[in-house]
Design a protein around this ligand. Structure first.
Ligand SMILES: [Zn+2]
Ligand SMILES: [Zn+2]
Length: 293
């Protein structure tokens, strides 16, 4: 029951997004079953809790994210179940990947691939782990990495919720994510008060960050001068930094009329990604939807 309500809520958000930017309807529809499945799986808890007492708030204050303090991918995690569920959602939204995804699912079911191995070596060498799988089993490397990045988000989102619940309030002043260390995919600026919030698409975490510096290189930015807008769309912008040449898609929120999903908002602003990358800027974080050939 709860799952259906959750899915309906996401579908409604996507309907509104398509109304705003009809040109993005195809990609939004492709990601719909993927996001519904991710939110559904992330709402369940992991079989074993992290030892959050090992997280040092002083280190957080100094800018050391949780992922550099404790292991977020415990071997007890149900990687296999999560991977197979995500595989079926990918096939639903992106039927052109069916053949490759079926091949991967088959190998997992036969026990020839163990999704847990992908996370075992983690901490920076994720690509290495999939490279091995690809070489031995002849599966498409990009499809395997895409699938595992979706699985990673589910696991990290569960952990982000668990960690924030255990830690309570903590100081964090960096432009990268306090949980997983990734840079943001999108920012939200509240019209009232003008606070800027950054969103991490790798784990779903949101955090507040100063408006006067670049989240990527920390260069001080002059408010208002470093944003790029598209004509007639005053709520959609991109922050740009001339020092590191990165951009960050930014949304202005007028009021709280509708519930948002920041990942759907990010996907719904890919026309901004196309414009900014065309101008020679790079995204702060690579996501499945902003890698433009
Ligand atoms: Zn994160
Ligand atoms: Zn910068």
């Amino acid at each position: 029951m709860e799952t259906n309500e959750e899915a309906t809520a996401i579908k409604d958000i996507i309907i509104r997004a398509v109304e705003q930017n009809p040109q993005n309807s195809e990609i939004l529809k492709a990601f719909e079953p993927v996001i519904i499945m991710q939110r559904h799986l992330a709402a369940q808890s992991s079989s074993k809790n992290l030892d959050c007492s090992l997280i040092d708030k002083e280190k957080l204050r100094a800018g050391v994210p949780v992922i550099s303090q404790i292991n977020l991918f415990l071997p007890e995690e149900s990687f296999k179940e999560i991977t197979l569920s995500m595989a079926s959602a990918v096939k639903e939204g992106m039927p052109q990947l069916t053949e490759n995804i079926d091949k991967i699912s088959g190998l997992i079911q036969e026990g020839k691939i163990n999704p847990a191995d992908y996370f075992k070596e983690s901490a920076g060498s994720e690509t290495k782990a999939t490279e091995g799988l690809n070489k031995d089993l002849k599966i498409s490397p990009s499809n395997a990495s895409f699938l595992m990045s979706l699985v990673s988000r589910v696991v990290l989102e569960r952990r982000a919720k668990e960690i924030t619940a255990a830690l309570g309030a903590f100081d964090w002043e960096k432009g990268y994510c306090p949980i997983c260390g990734e840079f943001p995919s999108i920012a939200l600026i509240e019209e009232e008060g003008g606070k800027r919030f950054l969103h991490c698409s790798s784990c779903g975490q949101d955090w507040r960050f100063t408006r006067v510096s670049c989240p990527y290189c920390e260069k001080e930015a002059l408010e208002g001068m470093d944003y790029f807008y598209v004509e007639n769309k005053t709520q959609e912008a991109a922050f740009v930094c001339d020092k590191c040449k990165k951009y960050l898609i930014t949304l202005y929120r007028a009021g709280k009329v509708f519930t948002r999903d920041m990942d759907i908002s990010a996907i719904n602003l890919i026309h901004m990604d196309i414009i900014m990358q065309g101008k020679g800027y790079e995204p702060m974080s690579i996501c499945a939807w902003n890698v433009l050939g």
